[in-house]
Design a protein around this ligand. Structure first.
Ligand code: SF4
Length: 471
């Protein structure tokens, strides 16, 4: 499935006409919001944790060069091979070279948005390397040839019935919509693959600069099997995923699970210190980490927008967003979706391709309140809207409207006539003027013909009269 951020408007229309999708997304996000609230309410120092996380991430992003160098040195000392990739093409090339060198034919993957970002699966398949997703949600969307529709719950847009039908059609099993039976079917198929795979590919949640370790959190143990069983493990991470030390990791682990899945803690926290442990005799023979830039340095250059790099991909802002709740993740047209996706899309893909994304928001602020790292998403969306307008990619009707208003505002008499006139016409028309895409779903009142200026003067007059009575 190939999506394009520039087609966002048509995806939104499709999503709004899809009742099954809307019901599934609505149910899933409502449950997630409630579960998160229950866990967060039980942590009295939640707000302090959010502040702390924000400060830690600010320090990391502002000193990213130092932390990256420290991480590289420590990781190499641990026996991890560190690779730098400037963009998606270079990351794919590195992965392919490692695969060829090790005669890799089959790959198991654990959930990784970074590998979605570089379109790794298609690339590997085109080179006769079978890449199998092993996270249950990812496995389902891979069977469907979809991309994830949520940062932490890739198949959130599907109902149990959808998944039952999919397994019946693609895996040839009897139809069932029982979640436990569906889980068992997937597990039975995936287990065999772990044992025979030549290589495991994962993402990284947090990389620890002080110790050169990688941290991957999960609930299904598929990441543990992906990184532990095959002889080669490649971890692909964005360069922003660093933390100074394990002390800071404790803060993020406390924040991540309640925000992401409404759990106290994720079931597994995997910490990778290097390849095959000589004493324990377990683990892969090779561990590679790819530090991916792919546009992150450009984001880093903007002193305000760099805050969007603080994101730990928990998905809480998606669940809280009234727009996401209606349209789901595919409507955004890229691998990152929801409020944070709306900020990342124009930054990664360019203002022209991502021109609609910053407008897919009501700016209500729910995303900011849900964000465990206190990223001021509404503020960044506004800044990106400015960028879209400045680059000349706003809608023609908006440009004309603003120009007309700017002209009228310079001539008070003309302005008064222009604001008085619609009220008079509407009195004859007797119903609100239709505004395409707005009045279709909303009740709008009639103009009273007074306009803002007249109302303001009337209010002032009324206030004056009231005050003089008091005196
Ligand atoms: S912006 Fe905040 S709430 Fe949204 S995914 Fe990132 S960390 Fe989570």
């Amino acid at each position: 499935m190939n999506l394009k951020a520039s087609h966002t408007k048509s995806y939104i229309k499709q999503a709004l006409n899809n009742d099954v999708l809307r019901a599934a997304v609505d149910k899933a996000t409502r449950t997630a919001v409630k579960k998160r609230a229950d866990k967060v309410d039980a942590i009295p120092y939640w707000e302090e944790l959010r502040y702390r996380a924000h400060v830690i991430k600010r320090d990391v992003i502002e000193h990213l060069d130092t932390y990256l160098q420290q991480f590289e040195t420590q990781a190499q000392a641990n026996g991890i091979k560190v690779h730098w990739a400037i963009d998606a093409a270079e990351a794919r090339k590195i992965i392919h070279a490692i695969a060829v060198k090790n005669n890799v034919k089959t790959v198991v993957k654990s959930k990784s948005l970074t590998t979605e970002e570089i379109h790794l699966n298609t690339f590997l398949m085109d080179r006769d390397i079978q890449a199998l997703e092993t996270d249950l949600g990812e496995y389902i969307v891979q069977l469907l040839d979809h991309i994830p529709s949520h940062l932490t719950a890739p198949a959130l847009h599907l109902s149990r019935q959808d998944i039952g039908k999919l397994f019946h059609e693609k895996l040839g099993v009897d139809y069932t919509e029982n979640p436990n039976e569906l889980l068992s079917i997937a597990r039975a198929r995936l287990r065999k693959k772990f044992l025979t795979a030549d290589m495991g590919i994962s993402g990284v949640n947090f990389a620890i600069a002080e110790s050169g370790c990688l941290t991957i959190v999960e609930n299904e143990a598929n990441a543990r099997l992906t990184i532990g069983l095959p002889k080669v493990h490649i971890a692909v991470m964005g360069i922003e995923k660093l933390l100074p030390s394990f002390r800071e990791l404790a803060v993020f682990l406390k924040l991540l699970a309640p925000s992401a899945t409404g759990q106290k803690q994720t079931v597994y926290v995997n910490i990778i210190g290097g390849p095959l442990h000589t004493l324990l005799g377990e683990g892969p023979e090779q561990v590679h980490v790819i530090l991916l830039d792919n546009g992150r340095s450009k984001i880093l250059a903007d002193p305000q927008l760099r805050e969007t790099l603080f994101c730990i991909r928990c998905g809480a802002c998606l669940n809280a967003c009234p727009i996401y709740q209606q349209v789901g993740g595919h409507a955004y047209g890229w691998v990152y979706m929801g409020p944070i996706g709306a900020t990342l899309i124009p930054q990664y893909l360019g203002v022209k391709e991502g021109r609609y994304a910053p407008f897919v928001s009501s700016l209500c602020g729910a995303c900011f309140h849900a964000c465990p790292v206190r990223i001021d998403i509404p503020h960044h969306l506004l800044k990106l809207r400015h960028k879209v307008v400045e680059s000349g990619h706003s809608k023609a009707i908006e440009k004309i409207g603003i120009k007309a208003w700017a002209f009228l505002a310079r001539y008070p008499m003309l302005y008064r006539v222009a604001t008085w006139f619609p009220g008079k016409v509407q009195k004859l028309y007797k119903k609100p003027f239709p505004v395409p895409g707005y009045t279709k779903e909303r009740a709008v009142g009639l103009f009273d013909g007074k306009g803002f200026r007249r109302r303001y003067l009337d209010n002032e007059k009324a206030k004056g009269a009231k005050n003089s009575k008091l005196i």
